[in-house]
Design a protein around this ligand. Structure first.
Ligand code: SAH
Ligand code: SF4
Ligand code: F3S
Length: 458
């Protein structure tokens, strides 16, 4: 152990979306002076549960896990070790006081906008008895602190970069505007600096993150107001960055400049997560999505006109209050029209404090189950057809890790599919052309199209 290695250890458990994954990494960065990360909760001095509040199941997980962690804490205490337990993320923001009251093992509760204060809060928690609950909305402060805490090298080829946080849309089913606060865009200069730092550490692909990532806007380096399209062009100039993606977009914020970026920027991958939630205009209106199914379909046409090989993924909610069989049939019809490469499907889950939760037209569980099953079957067919259509195709693959079998490496297709190839691990971090020759259940395999040497191919 070198003298600089922190003596104490932190274990971070992450639930929820990619933003939470990014946040967990940045929490580790902020704590790095005092805590080294560990993958084993039993040996940790500090355990952080980074939580998700989006659906009831996700939220309830917190209390189950806290029960297990409590045992780890008690066992450590019998060995004379103090273990500090913290709850972070969206449940911390939404139910901070309740967690502190209900879960006695919890020493601190920190909302998503206050991670920059973690070292200080952890020290305070280790010295007082009442769990501090910190749930202020101060995204400017958070991101300013993150600017001054450069990301540490995690050896990644593909990394997340949070460009925007929060949401002003207030869909009637969703907790995010309450847990993440108002929309906030990080300054372009900070993002370029973070991207440059990541690229210097070997990152080749950036996925820009935001709850409404395409609502990102900011002052550009040319004095003009930039939108996400312009930012993507600038980030593509960062030496080493080969690929760009962004998620999650809202249909209302797909402006012309962003669609044009899909046409003109080769680094921008032809795969877009563009949730629509439902296919019935009546339900879309009740959800406060502020667009119709027709608006969405026309948008998809424009995006595909700009980038013909574009594949789409989506999110769907079945059983939103008031949804009839006829409404649901419109969701199926929309899915048939769009054809998705992949999609996430959810049963509507009433969330405390959201308008739809108090609707008296809740859909019975049996109907939700049946609709979910039918939608999933349709999407599974579309996904399988999309994967089949790649067979025999020559495509660029960014290799990002060793494969499961000896001699194999794995990477991602432009459409985010996992591709396995027998090739030298020296290619990890590089984009190479691969011809797909076999499909597995969730992955594909292929051969290097231009295997120049025997060593490279084997
Ligand atoms: N900002 C993104 C979504 C973030 S939440 C957007 O606007 O599309 C991720 C997904 O969780 C949503 O797209 C939605 O499909 C699902 N979701 C959100 N709240 C939900 C709820 N109360 N019940 C079921 N699914 C929900
Ligand atoms: Fe939630 Fe709607 Fe905002 Fe997406 S746009 S985060 S679904 S409120
Ligand atoms: Fe969950 Fe919060 Fe993300 S509620 S989905 S962790 S923004």
């Amino acid at each position: 152990m070198t003298p600089e290695t922190p003596q104490k250890k932190v274990f971070i458990r992450t639930h929820g979306c990619q933003m939470n994954v990014y946040d967990s990494g940045r929490m580790a960065d902020v704590l790095a002076g005092e805590y080294a990360t560990t993958g084993a909760p039993e040996e940790a001095d500090l355990i952080l549960l980074n939580t998700c509040h989006i659906r009831e199941k996700a939220s309830e997980k917190v209390y189950t896990e806290l029960g297990l962690l409590r045992r780890i804490k008690e066992k450590a205490a019998t060995e004379g070790r103090t273990v500090t337990i913290g709850v972070t993320g969206c449940v911390a923001q939404a139910e901070g006081e309740e967690i502190a009251r209900r879960a006695k093992a919890v020493d601190l509760v920190v909302g998503p906008q206050s991670y920059q204060r973690l070292p200080e809060i952890v020290r305070e928690a280790r010295s007082t008895r009442r769990p501090p609950v910190t749930a202020d909305f101060a995204p400017g402060e958070k991101f300013a602190a993150l600017r001054d805490t450069p990301p540490r090298n995690r050896g990644e080829v593909s990394a997340f970069l949070a460009v925007q946080e929060g949401c002003d849309k207030f869909c009637t089913f969703c907790v995010v505007p309450y847990t993440r606060g108002a929309e906030f865009s990080r300054p372009a200069a900070d993002l370029i600096a973070e991207a440059t730092r990541l690229a210097d550490m070997g990152v080749r692909e950036l996925t820009l993150l935001g709850q409404n990532v395409n609502a990102w806007h900011g002052d550009g380096q040319d004095g003009a107001q930039w939108g996400l399209g312009k930012l993507l062009f600038r980030l593509a100039e960062v030496p080493g960055i080969a690929r760009l993606r962004y998620t999650t977009s809202h249909a209302r914020d797909m402006d012309d400049a962003l669609i044009a970026a899909h046409r003109d920027l080769p680094a921008l991958m032809p795969y877009l997560h563009l949730p629509v939630q439902a296919g019935s205009d009546r339900i879309l209106q009740a959800m406060n999505r502020r667009h119709t199914a027709g608006d969405y379909l026309r948008l998809v046409d424009r995006i595909r006109a700009a980038r013909p090989d574009m594949a789409l993924s989506g999110d769907f909610i079945v059983g939103f209050p008031g949804e009839t069989d006829a409404d649901f049939a419109e969701t199926l019809r929309l899915v048939e029209t769009v054809t998705y490469a992949s999609a996430f499907t959810f049963k509507y889950s009433p969330r405390p404090g959201t308008p739809a939760a108090s609707s008296r037209q809740q859909v019975p569980a049996a109907a939700k189950n049946e609709r979910l099953y039918r939608l999933q079957a349709l999407i599974a067919d579309q996904q399988a057809a999309f994967n089949r259509s790649r067979l025999g195709m020559e495509m660029d693959v960014l290799f990002d890790r060793p494969g499961k079998r000896p001699g194999q490496i794995a990477g991602r297709s432009p459409w985010l599919q996992t591709v396995h190839v027998m090739a030298s691990p020296d290619l990890i971090g590089e984009v190479r052309s691969v011809t797909i020759d076999a499909l597995g259940t969730n992955t594909m395999s292929g051969v290097l199209s231009d295997a120049r040497t025997f060593e490279e191919a084997v």
